[in-house]
Design a protein around this ligand. Structure first.
Ligand SMILES: Nc1ncnc2c1ncn2[C@@H]1O[C@H](COP(=O)(O)OP(=O)(O)OP(=O)(O)O)[C@@H](O)[C@H]1O
Length: 255
């Protein structure tokens, strides 16, 4: 069998170590993420969801345990080194895009990420048709705004741009950190649908934190419930299909 694309083994994260405020935020997390998994993650405030993403993306160190990417130990890699195989979309539309640069320039920046060559706006011409096509997959008018500064876009368009920038280089793993939560219900639902279509079409491996239990059940092939720093539920297949929002809620608040 193929190795998991990402594997966490007994991962533990302690904050404020050595002080009276020391707290174990992630407790012996064991998780195997397989290529093509689309995992939705739910949990109450403070359950450790963002901390899990921070650890997976190298932003927060692991106090004990190991993380493997395609079998290679990446536990001690820097956040920048993690960006070679992983990208993240945040809740805040202001993060992830450069406000004064146009949509096309932002996309070019994402296309050139990790390359030594400098950013030349004149290279834009060669990419325009591709960027147009890409922006059109979002079905929210983003393709009509390739020359608009990102800061002038609507929240939904800006989040769609953040998503496209994150997936442009086809990362091995994409982390969606409540990426539709700051949008109005209609825009949020629309972006969720286009996100899902893109992930399915490109067979991406994705992890998505959400507080919307319906979304957690509707999208993806696997569901995780984090509770007080531990994985309380990890469901796929029929068990997941039979899971209801009511039962999921019970898992969420279980003590
Ligand atoms: N660097 C840190 N220093 C101190 N405490 C931290 C740190 N990072 C996280 N925590 C604490 O760890 C717990 C888990 O936080 P985390 O942000 O991962 O929760 P979450 O499940 O993402 O919650 P939310 O749904 O509110 O975003 C919280 O109690 C938080 O205050």
């Amino acid at each position: 069998m193929n190795k998991p694309i990402l594997e966490l083994k007994d991962v533990q994260t302690i904050v404020n170590q050595g002080t009276s405020q020391a707290a174990t935020i992630l407790k012996k997390i064991n998780l195997q993420i397989n290529a093509g998994d689309f995992i939705t993650i739910v949990g109450t405030n403070g359950a450790g969801k963002s901390t899990l993403f921070n650890v997976i993306s190298g932003l927060l160190p692991v106090n004990s345990g190991q993380i493997f990417h395609n079998g290679k130990d990446v536990t001690k890699l820097s956040e920048e080194e993690h960006t070679r195989f992983l990208s993240r979309v945040f809740q805040d539309p202001k993060m992830g895009t450069a406000p004064r640069m146009t949509v096309a320039e932002n996309l070019l920046l994402a296309a050139k990420r990790g390359e030594r060559r400098h950013f030349y706006p004149r290279n834009l011409k060669a990419h325009k048709a591709h960027f147009q096509q890409l922006a059109a997959t979002m079905h929210n008018g983003l393709d009509q705004h390739l020359n608009t500064p990102a800061g002038a876009l609507s929240g939904g368009q800006r989040q769609a741009l953040s998503f496209l920038m994150a997936v442009l280089k086809r990362p091995d793993i994409i982390l969606l950190d409540e990426h539709t939560a700051a949008l109005d219900p209609h825009t949020s639902m629309a972006l969720m649908q286009t996100t899902n279509q893109y992930i399915q079409k490109e067979h991406l491996t994705a992890l998505m934190i959400t507080h919307q239990l319906e979304d957690a059940l509707k999208y993806g092939n696997r569901i995780l419930v984090l509770n007080q720093g531990q994985i309380q539920v990890d469901m796929t297949g029929n068990a997941r299909k039979q899971l209801t929002a009511e039962k999921l809620y019970d898992y969420l608040v279980a003590k």
